[in-house]
Design a protein around this ligand. Sequence first.
Ligand SMILES: Cc1cc2nc3c(=O)[nH]c(=O)nc-3n(C[C@H](O)[C@H](O)[C@H](O)COP(=O)(O)OP(=O)(O)OC[C@H]3O[C@@H](n4cnc5c(N)ncnc54)[C@H](O)[C@@H]3O)c2cc1C
Length: 407
Amino acid sequence: MTAWGAESLLTEEQEAIRDVLNGFARRVMRPLGQKLDRIDPGEQLAPGSPYWSFMKEFATLGISVADLMAMPEAERAVLLCIANEEFGYGDGGLAIVLGATMLPHVMMHMFGRSDLIAKYPEGVPGCWAITEPDHGTDMLDPNGAIFAPNAKYGRPNCVAKFEADRIVLQGQKAAWCSNAPAAEICVLYVAADTGNGADPRNGACIIVPLDAPGVTKGRVIAKMGQRALPQGELFFDNVELPLDNVIAGPEDYKRAVYGVHAEANTLMGAVWTGNARSAYELAWDYAHERKQGGVPIIRHQSVAQRLFHMARKIELSRALTRRVALYNATAPTPSLPSAMMAKITGTQTAFEVASDAMQIFGGNGMTDEYPIEKTFRDARLALIEDGCNEILSIKGGYGLADPERFA
Ligand SMILES: Cc1cc2nc3c(=O)[nH]c(=O)nc-3n(C[C@H](O)[C@H](O)[C@H](O)COP(=O)(O)OP(=O)(O)OC[C@H]3O[C@@H](n4cnc5c(N)ncnc54)[C@H](O)[C@@H]3O)c2cc1C
């Protein structure tokens, strides 16, 4: 896509990294993502599946959480935006596989847990389990800010009971745990019972090895988009773990939620900016090839102005996401409202741009002969993933209020 100067220039090194990752996105992610999109969910993780080819190819890039975490914060922030945009450009679902698989390691580093890093070395595939059958985006809101005045939280579906020398997990997490069916460890966000009953507001963040006795997995769920991303339930039946596996206990739980929420929402902005860029490019290309009235359709005003607005939204989304990532990387406390703005802007942009791209493709866009319908399906899920956009904006909106003006 042409550079319009809406974003600050990249260094030569950053450009070189972007080019390598763009090659990976085109050569590996796009074709494997398309194959996985057509595979029955039950076969997605079978030996020889494109999922495993993807993971093998990704390993050759040599990207490591430890190296990333050792970088200066601002440098890392820009690099993560560049990388995630290219991954989202390649395939939205596979980009989320990468985020999910690395997340437990990111959290171990964030909380300085070298003991756990040694116990669960990098390369062990991971996932994030926070939502539950009865609790969705509210799990990202331990302050209860989003609830309607008379609402009650209700019973958690999963509880970590703290005993003198161990924790015991009982219950289940939602079918939405990204990459759980393939994962070997999970970073679990769960209501904690420290002797006075389970309280989701005082939860715990725990590293759970998924081969521990009592852990079982649900089937890979079938869904309309991001089908390259395997998702499924996790069940815990009296799973006993040492207290050392707790990354954050009740006293630190809000910080753990806040940390993962700010980081994940910002990077969602980058992933879905990349997805929007891929939709734009498909439409731009098609608009030069398809003729109506004897001219390529890009010569028709409605198509030209539609493409212009698509490009404008992508530039805005990228600029906002990079600015938020840079600010949050260096600020004393990351700004959660800004991260939510990046997530909402990136995902809304992906959805709108993919929808506009479908319109430019006309009838052809509705068929699976053309890749644009998959990009649109992938983008649709992102409005819900990582917190429904409307709930995130309610939370962000409450944050705008100045309590001193209420008197
Ligand atoms: C592709 C994808 C990937 C995901 N990955 C993960 C993952 O890795 N790990 C994980 O744990 N979860 C994951 N999720 C789950 C995701 O975070 C939840 O689906 C999401 O938070 C919404 O929860 P829910 O589906 O239970 O919807 P509900 O919470 O039941 O919401 C249903 C509707 O009601 C609205 N609503 C609910 N509460 C309120 C409120 N207080 N105020 C206003 N409106 C409200 C919502 O906006 C929504 O429109 C993923 C989901 C998707 C789609």
